[in-house]
Design a protein around this ligand. Sequence first.
Ligand SMILES: [Zn+2]
Length: 310
Amino acid sequence: MPLYRLLLPAALCGLFMTGPAAQARSLARPPPVAPVAPLTLAPAFTELAPGAWVYQGAGGAVLLAAGEDGAVLVDTDLPKATPDLLAALDARTRLPLRYAINTHWHLDHVGANQALSERGAVVVAHENARARMAADTYLKHHDRVMPARPAAALPGLTLAGDGRIRLRGLELRLIHVPRAHTDGDLLAFLPDANVLHLGDCYFNGLYPIIDTGTGGTVDGLIAALDVGLGLADERTRIVAGHGPVGGKADLKAARDMLAEVRARVARLKAAGQTREQVLAAAPTADLDPRWGQGWVKPAQIVGSVYDSLP
Ligand SMILES: [Zn+2]
């Protein structure tokens, strides 16, 4: 069950009374408590800056940007969460959605592609990301094969490098960062709103996933975070693929952590240690309390850094 579906306990729903009537009532048998319907707190788009909102649903974070006569979405959550995403979108804007960007191929970032295409949006991704979606693809992190997406869910427009979308009153820069989280990542930057979405190149406050099975590398990921730092200033709102929205200092901390992990693992690998020996040495033990409490465990970040080192 999603975390946002909360049941309001019946005990919280009673009316408070004071005075003699309340005292008299308290001596009698309490009245039966009527059943209370579940209170659903569905996720919604919350404002980051004028014309830019973020949505934290079931999967990767979604960014919405609105111009004068059209809107753009960055990432489209999990397939099963599409009804929630569409409801939140309709509640936030009446503007037609012109484009939906996929920051990369993973399912928790591309789920509503088909529904949004059917509403008239052009789905955009890097060409490597589309190729991964179009074929059965092994996902190393979960040790399973992700089946090819239906043709109707595939991006209709692909980029081989950077791109730029302009609507009236809206500019969205798309920056391809090679071999970072995967081999088909796009960063998305709204210069006017000063909002940056780094997709899964950035997990705020936790170890990141490096999908070495589809071209991710630690060096590419560090380089991607450096691109993000170069775009950001002290006021930039930075959307992480997973984790809360942060600022430049949070991004810098994540970048420095990853560079430190890389240096430690590289030292051991260069000394001739096998993957198993490096894992057994627990080279991130002092970093784990801060970064290793999420769903990416220390052994996973150490293993993927080891695998992707040149
Ligand atoms: Zn991902």
